[in-house]
Design a protein around this ligand. Sequence first.
Ligand SMILES: CC(C)(COP(=O)(O)OP(=O)(O)OC[C@H]1O[C@@H](n2cnc3c(N)ncnc32)[C@H](O)[C@@H]1OP(=O)(O)O)[C@@H](O)C(=O)NCCC(=O)NCCS
Ligand SMILES: [Zn+2]
Length: 280
Amino acid sequence: MPSLFVVFLTATAPVSPNSPFWGARKDYLERSSTLESQRHQSPHAAQLGAGRLLATGRDEDTWDPQSSMELGGIMPATAATPPVFVHPQGLCESDAVGSGTRVWAFAHILAGAIVGEHCNICDGAYVEGGAVVGDRVTVKNQVMIFEGVTIEDDVFLGPGVVFTNDLRPRAHIKRSGNALATTTVRKGATLGAGVIVVCGTTIGANAFIGAGTVVTQNVPAHAFVFGNPSRQIGWACTCAGRLSEDLRCPECGRTFAQTDGEFGPSVIEESSATIRGPDV
Ligand SMILES: CC(C)(COP(=O)(O)OP(=O)(O)OC[C@H]1O[C@@H](n2cnc3c(N)ncnc32)[C@H](O)[C@@H]1OP(=O)(O)O)[C@@H](O)C(=O)NCCC(=O)NCCS
Ligand SMILES: [Zn+2]
C-alpha cells in the first residue's frame, strides 16, 4: 500500500475571519439572502489555500487533516477548525467556502459561489458564481454546477453530473440572474455518474437518481429514478437501498408509509422514525 505523506507548507492569507461563512454552519436562508451581494462582490481572488499538499497515494474521499497529522504531516495551529484546503493546482476564487472543505486539482470555484463545510470538491469540478452548495456535499470529478443551482447538505454528486440553467439557450442571447431557471437538490439526495439535470427542477430529499439519467421533471423525496427521460421506478431508502412493495428496506429494515407531499400523494415518509420525506 502506498504510504500517505502529507505536508502543509506556508499558510498564506486565509479566508477573512469577517466572512459570515467562516467557522460556523449557516443555513440556506442565510446563504440565499447573501447570494446577491456575493454576486456583486469584488472579483479579487481569495487566497484560500492553507498550504500546499504533497501527497503520494492520497485519496480524495478519505483524506482528512487529522489523520494526515498523525501520519507525520504538519497541521496549521487551528486544527480544531480545519482550514479550507486547496490543492496547488486547484483554483478557488470564492471567499465563501466553509471550513474543512477540500478543493482538488483542476477544480474551479468561482467568486460568488457559496460552498459549505466539509465538502469534497474533486478534480475537474466547476462551481460557478451564484451556485450554492451545502455542507458535507461530495462533488465528484468533472461535475458542473452553474449559477442558479442550489445543492443542500449531504448530497452526493457522482462523476460527470451536469446541471443546466438556461432552458432554451442561444449563443447570441446572454441570460443571467433572474432570467435563469433555478434548480434545487434537496438534502441527502444522490445523483449517479453522468446525470444531466434539466433546469427548473427540484430533486427531493434522499432521492436516488441512477447513472446516466436525464432529469426532466421534479423528483419526489425518496424517489428511485433512472432513464432518459427520467422515470420513477420505485422508492429509495435513506441508506440507498431500494424499497420493496410494502415500502420496507431490505438493506436496513427501515419502513416507510405513503403520504402527501409537495409533488402530490406519491411521496413517502419514514414511518418508524421522524424523518419527513416530503419536506423538499
Ligand atoms: C440505479 C442503480 C442503483 C440500480 O442498481 P440495481 O438496483 O442493482 O439495479 P439492477 O442492476 O438490478 O437493474 C435493474 C434494471 O434496471 C436497469 N437499470 C439499472 N440502472 C439503470 C440506469 N442507471 N439507467 C437505466 N436503467 C438502469 C437494468 O438494466 C435492469 O433492467 P432489466 O430489469 O430490464 O434488466 C444503479 O444501476 C446505478 O445507476 N447506480 C449509480 C452508480 C453510480 O453512478 N455511482 C457513482 C459513484 S462511482
Ligand atoms: Zn435502508
